[in-house]
Every structure is written in structure tokens, then in C-alpha cells.
Design a protein around this ligand. Sequence first.
Ligand code: ADP
Length: 161
Amino acid sequence: MIKAIYPGSFDPITLGHIDIIRRIQPLFGELEVVVANSQRKHYMFSLAEREQLIRDNLPAGVKISMCDGLITDYAEKIGAQVIVRGLRAISDFEYEFAMFNMNKKLKEKIETMIVFTRPEYSFVASHMVKEVAHHDGDLSNLVPPNVAQALRKHIQSKKGT
Ligand code: ADP
């Protein structure tokens, strides 16, 4: 059985991420979405919030966990052979290629699988979604309803302070 992980910041999860999760789930015996939590990154949503927003949109059978260390160490620890990453455009390529090479150096046995985004989600990025939300734009084609609600709530609370 091949076990895969789909790691990311998911700050917040978007329809693009969800599309990838749905498409890759049938390819693996087990799939785990891994929420990365780096001390050096500044997130809009806390780890618990990001996890909850994902959990509400996960297809049955997909697991969720968090990782605050090296993703390759985590993959090895849980016995995952594959790391899945999404690719939207050429602009993602350099970063994903560098990450693949580093991960390969760290753990030779772990493979990276790149899945292309559907065209309708190729412009959807978490940071852009936050920008749209800041300007009160339409989020309905970008994120699921619970995420749109959380974004609005978060932005309202910041404006109120
Ligand atoms: P990271 O900080 O690790 O890049 P993200 O949450 O931004 O975390 O992305 C996690 C993974 O999902 C990455 O492989 C990224 O390229 C991919 N991804 C991001 N947005 C989309 C999208 N709209 N469609 C498909 N894949 C995406």
C-alpha cells in the first residue's frame, strides 16, 4: 500500500488545494494532509484554525496532521513514500524543483509527485485570497464557504481593533 502526504501551509485552504486532495485520494492507499507550522513564518490563521478549516472540507478517509520539523523526517516517521505537491504555473516551478532536490538529498527513498492545478484554480493562491478578502471581494469561487466566513470574521476583528 502506498501512503502519501500532501503538505502545505494551508493559510487558508482554498478550492485549488481541495481539488488536488480529491484528485489524488484515489491514487493512494492512504492520504494524509500535513499542515506545516514553521516558527519562522507568520500565518493569518493559527494552526488549530487552519486544521479546523481543512477538517470541515476533507473527503472521508483522508487524515490530517501537523508538522513543525522537516517534512521528509515526518514522512519517514509515518511510513509515507510519496510527497504530493501542486503546481499552478511556471512561477511555482523553481521553488518546487528546489524543494524536490533538497528532499531527495535528505531522504533518497521518498518520492515527490507533482500534480498540475486545474486551469480554473491556477490563479488561486492563499495570499491572493487574503488580499481579496481584505478588500471585501467575492470569495465564492476561491474558497469553501466556511473559509470565506473565517476570513471575513478575521478581517472584521482586525478592523475593529
Ligand atoms: P506552501 O507554503 O507549502 O507552499 P501552500 O498552502 O501555499 O503551502 O501550498 C501547498 C501546496 O499546494 C503546494 O504544493 C502548492 O503549490 C499547492 N497549491 C497552492 N495553491 C494551489 C492551487 N490553487 N491549486 C493546486 N495546488 C495549489
